[in-house]
Write a protein that binds this ligand. Structure first.
Ligand code: COA
Length: 393
């Protein structure tokens, strides 16, 4: 069988950054709780004219600049920040990118796990027709109630991945460990813009899922833990990766201390510590952080653990293709994060209070962000986007 996997990968995030030390001061807590206890330094706050579509299109645009649009037959967009109950956000992205109309465009949902489902479904489509490529998008804005425990873990980012046969970056290994359980740790009813969340329960269910996916992975003939050169975890906050990895090592009777965990995980947390939770994109932001900061992993395997509340989890391996480093966008990734404009708590609150009309009335949005695409207006219950050729690419 021919190898299938990630042929290209790109990142986008929102326009503003809020410092968590300032948020801690406003919440009246020791900043160490956020910077050390949760492992977060800043969080991305999207501009008022940015959403999951503009971020996904900004990530995908970098990929489309280097690949033939005609090869793409499917766009899969995973999100839990849906902008419509019916129409797929993938269609707006397909249009903004100028992809051929002979494309299928679909949206997928299962909390933070959705991006991983899209990656595996994409591999199935490529297996069916090795000449086709699939554009996988994971794009989310994590937003919690003001003053809640989750507010410090907010963030936003999008990751675009081109999935193909004979990939240049990473091959999806054939064995997966899976786990699904019907639990209420985090969910967002249709009538709410922020989730219902039992944070402590979600942490313990995530750790239970680590055990369960490994059990299934092992039973299905997966690799031994020693075969992995690195591990990436879904990172609702970066300390969660430490908790999850400690649990995986404990299952194997391997001693864990902070030095060992740091050595295994620090490279995967650099970007997530700065952008915050990006739900479906988070695991893949962690992967990009690892690839941009670790030694050459050519020919070696990276263990990937995806968790989505509700809950579904999956453990699988990625085998790094020799020479993959030539395909990385390290400086673009770093500058997407570094160029965010720092904002005061007051400005953050103004952005939180900004609302799009919900009664069908029209609103033309002032230019706020500086990405390659923006939400231009809302009218007759519809969103209208535009490309900003004169603004930064
Ligand atoms: N210096 C350093 N660390 C500190 C500290 C300080 N001054 N004050 C507290 N901490 C540590 C705590 O000991 C704790 O560490 P531990 O988890 O290793 O014990 C950590 O900071 C967080 O403190 P805690 O009191 O547990 O935070 P919280 O209950 O207010 O909120 C969550 C934590 C995860 C529940 C909350 O952020 C949340 O609901 N997040 C959204 C849901 C989520 O991300 N779920 C994850 C799984 S998907």
């Amino acid at each position: 069988m021919f190898p299938i996997g990630i042929h290209d990968i790109a990142l986008a995030t929102g326009h503003y950054a809020l410092d968590l030390e300032e948020l801690a001061e406003r919440h009246g807590v020791d900043p160490g709780k956020y910077t050390v206890g949760l492992g977060q330094s800043t969080q991305t706050v999207p501009a008022t004219d940015e959403d999951i579509v503009t971020m996904a299109a900004a990530a995908a645009k970098q990929i489309m600049a280097e690949h033939d649009a005609g090869d793409i037959r499917t766009v899969l967009l995973a999100t839990e920040t849906g902008i419509d109950q019916s129409k797929a956000a993938a269609i707006y992205v397909q249009d903004l990118l100028g992809l051929p109309s002979s494309t299928r465009a679909v949206e997928l949902k299962q909390a933070c796990y959705g991006g991983t489902s899209a990656l595996h479904f994409a591999a199935g489509l490529v297996h069916r027709n090795p000449g086709h490529k699939v554009l996988v998008l994971a794009s989310d804005i994590a937003k919690y109630d003001l003053g809640s425990a989750g507010e410090a873990t907010q963030g936003a980012a999008a990751v675009a991945m081109l999935v193909s046969a004979d990939p240049a970056v990473a091959v999806l290994e054939p064995v997966s460990g899976l786990y699904t359980a019907n639990v209420q740790d985090f969910w967002r009813p249709n009538y709410r813009s922020t989730p219902m969340v039992d944070g402590k329960l979600s942490v313990s269910l995530y750790l239970e899922a680590v055990e369960q996916v490994w059990k299934d992975y092992e039973a299905r003939g997966g690799r031994a833990i020693q075969d992995f050169a690195a591990f990436c975890y879904h990172q609702p906050f970066t300390r969660m990766a430490y908790k999850a990895h400690a649990r995986l090592l404990e299952i194997h009777g391997i001693d864990t201390d902070n030095a060992r965990l740091d050595a295994d995980l620090a490279a995967t947390t650099v970007y997530n510590r700065l952008v915050g939770n990006s739900y479906t994109a988070s695991l893949y932001v962690g992967l990009m952080s690892l690839l941009d900061h670790a030694e050459d992993l050519s020919g070696r395997s990276v263990g990937m653990l995806s968790y989505g509340s509700g809950c579904v989890a999956e453990f699988f391996g990625l085998s790094m293709v020799p020479g993959y480093r030539r395909r990385l966008r390290t400086s673009a990734n770093q500058s997407a994060i570094a160029r965010r404009e720092p904002i005061s708590y007051e400005r953050y609150r103004e952005i939180r209070e900004f609302e799009l009309p919900e009664d069908g009335s029209s609103k033309v949005l002032a230019v706020d962000g500086a990405g390659p695409f923006r939400l231009r207006a809302v009218a007759e219950h519809s969103r209208m986007y535009e490309a900003c050729h004169l603004i930064q690419a």
